[in-house]
Ligand binder design. Sequence first.
Ligand SMILES: Cc1ncc(COP(=O)(O)O)c(C=O)c1O
Length: 411
Amino acid sequence: MGDRGDGEPRAARTIRRVTIYLDHAATTPLRREVLGAMLPFLTDVFGNPSSAHAVGRRARAALDEAHEKVAHELNAQAREIVFTSGGTEASNLAIKGAAWAGKAQGNHVITSAIEHHATLHTVSHLEKFGFEVSVVPVDRYGRVDPDQIASAMNDRTILVSLMLANNEVGTVQPVREVIERVRHQRGVLVHVDAVQAAPYVGIDVRALDVDLLSLSAHKFEGPKGIGALFIRHGTTLLPQQQGGSQERYRRAGTENVAGAVGLAVAYELSCREREGVVPRVAALRDRLRDAVLVVPGVELTGHPRDRLPGHLSVIARESDGASVSFALDLEGIACSTGSACTTGSAEPSHVLTAMGYPAEEALGAVRMTLGRTTTEEEVDRVAQVVPEVLVRMRVGAAAVAADPLGQQVPS
Ligand SMILES: Cc1ncc(COP(=O)(O)O)c(C=O)c1O
């Protein structure tokens, strides 16, 4: 691991060099209070929640409390929450679990073209087993049309899976309207991927009338490797891993107690502070947006209003988004080209192409995502550096295109 001997991995020391972090959609820093709440369960209170003795019972009590806290914030019941290893597993359990459990009733699943790969790859996997999938298109802003979802329904439809907000462009989906349209058909379950929306959009599962909903702690200043799935009481899912009876037989395996405690505390803090955080982050984002959009050839992607407060996603024409984010990294600004999960892929984003951007334009994507801890000073610095870098990189890209061998570049 390249350890110096003081217990701190080399990677952790390297990251400290990043001065301004604008990639909160990829992940967020762990809150100190959350770490403090988790620590006892990584040290003294190490019991297995399934053990009958006192050490185990203490872990069980913490796990039960974590279920209750998350349930309370979602207006759910504690038994309706299942902890998973993250958002990906939560969505896998929701989609595959619901599809296999509903197989006797039908084999048709509906989703949208701009879902996270945790959904899109899961539904493609189901196609190999005889399920049929309708992938509904989105408009230029990345919004699905609830009527199109309704028209995609047939008498074999068993599941609709939709994200509450998109991770690349931040567009918030009209999920409530979609649910209203699909509810008339009995037996159709609705899964909502709320992973990206959770820190910013208040979620009441009863008001939303959703059956399944995925969360991931690391998007709201909790630890990585822990997520949660809300499963409405009475919903039958086929468990996706076999083993012990943990999580009421819905997710086998010894529970990640510290992770669950961390997720619950992080989500509780996030919900409590949301009202103040949303306008503050949105105001900072708008300030940065205004500074960035003056650069010629730069266009905002995603919905102009119905978007997450921290999301500033743009396309810089005649630029390569990967080179721009690399240049910004050298300036001490961490951002991304699109989704962190597809970094390093030379393919244009499936989200932007589904929104109608040609591949060559989609390759100019740059995503800056602010978070609760982003400061005014940071935004001012970024607002100064980003336009400079965008202009420089555009010129650079144009020069390379005109003179690929660099023969005219003066030495
Ligand atoms: C919308 C969305 N869904 C699902 C996931 C996957 O969550 P996790 O990283 O916890 O597996 C992400 C992560 O980026 C996401 O943004």
